[in-house]
Design a protein around this ligand. Structure first.
Ligand code: NAD
Ligand code: WQD
Length: 335
């Protein structure tokens, strides 16, 4: 029951490693630490009492990857490793295509060569762009992506579907909405490098006094309070969905499977609602100013996650306020 977790020291990866270990899986992590830190490995051990195998190298190094497969009896993979900054992806398209696609293909080559199935991929609601209908279900058409990052997610999905069909493999494409929060222990969480782009890390750093005030990117959207709406999903709930998706793939009788699931709460929250929820959860006031819209932002995205509930027996359990409380605990830990 050894599972390779690429990017397993990153934000969502580390929470998923904890859930996999808690569910009796053995975990083998490959992470080059390009967007994570080594202390997360010790903290995973503190939380679970178990130590995953860890290999610090870039997945583009095929020979090292091959050695990991040689050393372990890998049953499946949860593939988190990727660059994820939308703005940066526009400035560095080649780096994004190279990292996100080659590292994926290298793992798939090993799967093919060694006849391994059960591959879970971190996709994103970004593949839907501004969907025509809310909530968004898995049959919503994929829109032409706005960013290179989003293109890598659409391309990866296509690569994986072709791979599964041609090689008779079982894959699961998990389309996350907006992951937030940290582990209740406060020992693992999101580690944004530099100025955060995402809303919740920016709010949290503002609360901590690292940022002066939150800039709200536009309040003239066609939503009840004028600010855009997203589906904020608690990272531990999200991590549990990976375990459920993996168990389903492993027990799947047919040789080939292509599972696609939206992972969200099904509930949309506006930027102002997030700010208020943070204030209620922590008692800390968030100074903010309303600014112009941010280029590329969509008005609204929230999930219909019924398919995941029906087929995986999974649904999100944690409220926005509870999730934000954990973020604050983590922020105080890393300060
Ligand atoms: P993260 O940056 O915290 O984690 C990614 C990890 O992969 C990092 O630890 C990084 O060091 C590692 N990595 C990157 N390239 C690598 C390579 N070539 N070789 C080895 N390790 C490498 O990101 P995250 O937020 O945990 O996201 C995980 C996955 O989920 C990504 O694929 C991301 O695109 C996807 N996703 C994230 C979000 C989000 O908002 N966080 C939403 C939807 C999808
Ligand atoms: C949420 C809302 C902003 C920061 C991004 C990626 C997407 C996916 C999820 C990976 C928006 C507003 C934000 C700030 C603000 N990631 N905001 N002030 O835009 O839904 O999507 O993360 O796949 O690909 O693009 O998330 O957290 O950046 O923004 O007002 O300082 O908060 O305008 O309405 P988004 P976000």
């Amino acid at each position: 029951m050894q599972i390779l977790v690429t990017g397993g020291l990153g934000y969502i990866g580390s929470h998923t490693v904890v859930e996999l270990l808690n569910n009796g899986f053995e975990v083998v992590i490959v992470d080059d630490l390009s967007n994570s830190e080594k202390f997360i490995l010790n903290n995973i051990e503190e939380i679970t009492g178990k130590k995953p195998a860890f290999y610090p190298f870039d997945l583009k190094r095929k020979e090292l990857l091959s050695q990991v497969f040689e050393a372990h009896n890998i049953l499946g993979c949860v593939n988190f490793a990727a660059f994820k900054a939308v703005g940066e992806s526009q400035e560095k398209p080649l780096e994004y295509y190279e990292n996100n696609l080659f590292s994926l293909i290298n793992v798939l080559q090993e799967f093919k060569a060694r006849n391994i199935s059960n591959f879970i991929f971190s996709s994103s609601c970004t593949v839907y762009g501004q969907a025509d209908k809310m909530p968004i279900d898995e049959n919503a058409p994929l829109k032409t992506p706005e960013s290179v990052y989003a293109k890598t997610k659409q391309m990866s999905e296509e690569i994986l579907k072709d791979f599964a069909l041609a090689n008779r493999k079982k894959i699961s494409l998990l389309r996350y909405f907006n992951p937030i929060g940290a582990h209740p222990s406060g020992k693992i969480g999101e580690l944004p490098i530099g100025v955060p782009n995402n809303l919740v890390p920016y709010v949290t750093q503002t609360a901590a006094g690292i940022r002066e005030k939150l800039k709200i990117w536009g309040n003239d959207y066609p939503t009840p309070d004028g600010t855009p709406i997203r589906d904020y999903i608690y990272v531990v709930d999200l991590a549990k969905a990976h375990v459920a998706a993996l168990k389903k793939l492993i027990s799947e009788k047919s040789e080939t499977a292509i599972d696609i699931y939206n992972l969200g709460t099904g509930k949309g929250s506006s930027v102002l609602e997030v700010v208020r929820a943070f204030e209620t959860a922590t008692g800390v006031k968030i100074p903010y100013e309303i600014c112009d819209r941010r280029a590329g932002d969509i008005t609204m995205a929230y999930a219909n996650a019924d398919k995941a509930e029906k087929e995986l027996g999974w649904k999100s359990e944690t409220t926005l306020e509870e999730a934000l409380k954990t973020t604050w605990k983590w922020q105080k830990y890393i300060k």
